[in-house]
Design a protein around this ligand. Structure first.
Ligand SMILES: CSC[C@H]1O[C@H](OP(=O)(O)O)[C@H](O)[C@@H]1O
Ligand code: ADE
Length: 290
């Protein structure tokens, strides 16, 4: 049964959605363990949505410790089809200034120890990931931001998000390297999430909120947690306004997304011969194809 078609993953600084009503807190178990925290199901703009605090509501999980598979599987188990991420990022470009919002359309993977696939154990799939963000959902996000006329916020449509391992922030040499690659922003969480969301056939897009200039900018101090949280607190109200407007737009006009059939040509193992246990663990993802 579908509980919510829209899911929201709140990152650093966005641990709850104040406008949710008729709230139900659900502890979800998955074949991949427990999610970062309980899923908070509530009504926003007349629509049921599911919210998850990515690092837990008390921010107790490091990026490398995040149970990405459980988080995405839990959203899938509630029937989520559109997954919106809110994230704090460092800016790698002068024009993307703190408090601005970026809707990335590309990622560069600089992680080292993340499990970013549901497959294995006898079932192999290779999803297409040339366009890692759902452009329809990204468009809804960007349109919502543009129409809200948020004070102090400039919107940047498109851009490349470097996903680093962390938890330490980058060195200056790394930061300059990523700039030389043309990257726009840097964070520690979005890439595994985007891959798993694609495998789970959910449309995924991220609202990246700039909190700092990382450590490359000659006129700005190097990033610190204090800087990130200070700017995010200023932006948490804006972020919730954006999400509210996105939910309204999505419920009125749910866009078609290629992500919703991402596994159609991705599974290479004949499923009739695949191990029963792997099929059982992935049944939620595979049931259309069995
Ligand atoms: C608290 S600064 C570093 C931390 O913030 C970002 O988290 P999220 O993407 O969940 O907003 C960044 O990726 C790091 O995990
Ligand atoms: N400069 C930065 N590097 C990595 N993750 C971040 N999150 C917020 N700012 C960041």
């Amino acid at each position: 049964m579908t509980v919510a078609k829209i899911g929201i993953i709140g990152g650093s600084g966005l641990y709850q959605m104040e406008a949710l009503t008729d709230i139900e807190e659900r502890q979800v178990e998955t074949p991949f363990g427990k999610p970062s925290d309980a899923l908070i199901i509530g009504t926003l703009e007349g629509t049921r949505v599911a919210f998850l605090a990515r690092h837990g509501r008390g921010h107790t999980l490091m990026p490398s410790e995040l149970p990405f598979r459980a988080n995405i599987y839990a959203m899938k188990s509630l029937g989520v089809e559109y997954l919106i991420s809110a994230s704090a990022v460092g800016s790698l470009k002068a024009e993307a200034k703190p408090l601005d919002m970026v809707i990335p359309d590309q990622f560069i993977d600089r992680t080292r120890s993340r499990v970013s696939t549901f497959f294995g154990n006898g079932i192999v799939a290779h999803i297409s990931f040339g366009d890692p963000v759902c452009q329809q959902l990204a468009g809804v996000l960007a349109d919502a931001i543009e129409n809200l006329d948020l004070p102090e916020v400039t919107l940047h449509r498109g851009g490349t998000y470097v996903c680093m391992e962390g938890p330490a922030f980058s060195t200056k040499a790394e930061s300059h390297l990523y700039r030389s690659w043309g990257a726009t922003v840097i964070g520690m969480t979005n890439l595994p999430e985007a891959k798993l969301a694609r495998e789970a056939e959910m449309a995924y897009a991220t609202m990246a909120m700039v909190t700092d200039y990382d450590c490359w900018h000659p006129d700005h101090d190097s990033v610190s947690v204090e800087m990130v949280i200070g700017n995010l607190q200023k932006n948490a109200v804006n972020a919730q306004r954006v999400i509210q407007s996105v939910v309204q737009r999505l419920s009125q006009h749910p866009p078609e997304s290629d992500a919703h059939s991402a596994l159609k040509y991705a599974i290479i193992t004949p499923l009739d011969k695949a191990p029963a246990e792997a099929k059982e663990d992935l049944s939620l993802l595979l049931k259309k194809y069995l």
